[in-house]
Write a protein that binds this ligand. Structure first.
Ligand code: 1HN
Length: 372
């Protein structure tokens, strides 16, 4: 035991610490080593959820939960085991700043409109015919589309197609919770009626690099729907050149009016790992939630191998070494969300590249996902 430790352990110090507690006072000498680590020590752990597990549980939830029986949405969220029961509010989010869930809506159902101070984004996994009505505009969704729901705007969902529809939700719930800025309000009626033409923002911003001259002032991302084929066209263009050694061919969804991330607190990326891609390891302050849109491969996170395939979700916590490898005969596509804009705005963003072993980690274990 070092000199410092014997100081903390001494009877005199322990008694003093206990004694001042009754006055709601705490000893900084004990708190500093706990609070101020040398580098990030996130409580969130690397983790992976298999799609078959989430899918089965959502299909079971079809009967247990219907919008008519109350509740807001049929969504199952991804609870990081490192955060479960450790956050003050108990339920455990996906990373320390973000919450991710998978939502299922059935044909004919509606999810009631509401608004809140958390901002949201969605990535469509499968199905078509459902819409999200945001601020009076119905935005119809198709596989691979990305949508934003800026904070404070009324939003609900409906489904006019014939098949179940699944999408990923990501919100900055834990971050907003920690600031004490949570507000939530249900819409007075069940669902807001359209006040705008369907898909109007997609029509107005369909060119991608041009905008209506009446929309010159930067504001919330005006594009309610970032269509899969447009995003893929850009990735295909990038694919003529060398990939980034860490992220392959990656694009970020932006607000075309100001060039910032489409959601102010949550970065969203789509990345293609071409067949045979064998990435190098790096780590960064922002934590990332990945969803496998297509393909098969694995990601090594802090020496542990996480095998993934279509539909799976996995988490790379803050400051964790990670590298991606695509093993499928076709390209892999990963959609991801992260708190990069929060870190950048707070001046906390750092990145480091693994300098040893040609940038590859040594694999010391393999993750065993829980299956149902
Ligand atoms: C929310 O508004 C949605 O709009 C999904 O679909 C999940 C989780 C917590 C709070 C609000 C949605 C949510 C949510």
């Amino acid at each position: 035991m070092g000199e410092k430790n014997s100081f903390f352990e001494s009877q005199e110090v322990k008694e003093f610490n206990r004694e001042i507690e009754q006055y709601n006072l705490g000893p900084l000498w004990n708190a500093i080593p706990e609070l101020m680590h040398k580098e990030p020590q996130p409580q969130a752990v690397p983790y992976l959820w298999k799609w078959e597990t989430i899918y089965k549980k959502l299909m079971e939830a079809r009967e247990i939960f219907t919008p008519d029986r109350g509740g807001e949405r049929r969504a199952i969220y991804l609870q990081n085991p490192g955060l479960k029961n450790r956050q003050p509010w108990g339920w455990g989010s996906t990373t320390q700043t973000l919450y991710a869930a998978v939502q299922l809506i059935l044909p004919g159902e509606t999810a009631p409109s509401h608004r809140h101070t958390q901002s949201a984004l969605r990535f469509v996994m499968e199905g078509e015919g459902a819409y999200s009505i945001v601020d009076g505009e119905r935005v119809f969704m198709e596989e691979g589309d990305f949508l934003v729901t800026p904070k404070g705007l009324w939003h609900g969902h409906g489904h006019e197609g014939d098949e179940p529809m699944f999408w990923m939700d990501c919100l900055d719930i834990p971050f907003i919770y920690s600031t004490g800025g949570t507000f939530f309000e249900p819409y007075p009626e069940k669902i807001q009626e359209p006040t705008e033409p369907d898909n109007v923002k997609s029509d107005r911003y369909g060119g991608g690099m041009v905008r209506p001259v009446s929309d010159r002032k930067p504001k919330v991302a005006p594009l309610s729907s970032f269509k899969w084929d447009k995003t893929k066209t850009t990735i295909d263009g990038l694919s003529k050149y060398d990939p980034d050694p860490y992220d392959g061919y990656a694009v970020e969804y932006i607000n075309p009016s100001n060039g910032e991330t489409a959601n102010p607190n949550i970065a969203a990326w789509l990345q293609k790992l071409p067949t045979g891609f064998n990435g190098k390891a790096h780590r960064h302050t922002n934590a990332v939630i990945y969803h496998v849109h297509k393909g098969t491969g694995y990601t090594v996170i802090n020496g542990e191998k996480f095998g993934w395939s279509k539909g799976d979700y996995f988490v790379v916590p803050n400051w964790a070494w990670h590298e991606h490898v695509c093993t499928s005969s076709g390209d892999a596509y990963l959609f991801s969300t992260s708190d990069l804009p929060i870190m950048e705005r707070l001046g906390l963003q750092r990145e480091e590249q693994l300098a040893t072993n040609d940038g590859k980690q040594e694999i010391v274990s393999e993750f065993e996902p829980i299956l149902v």
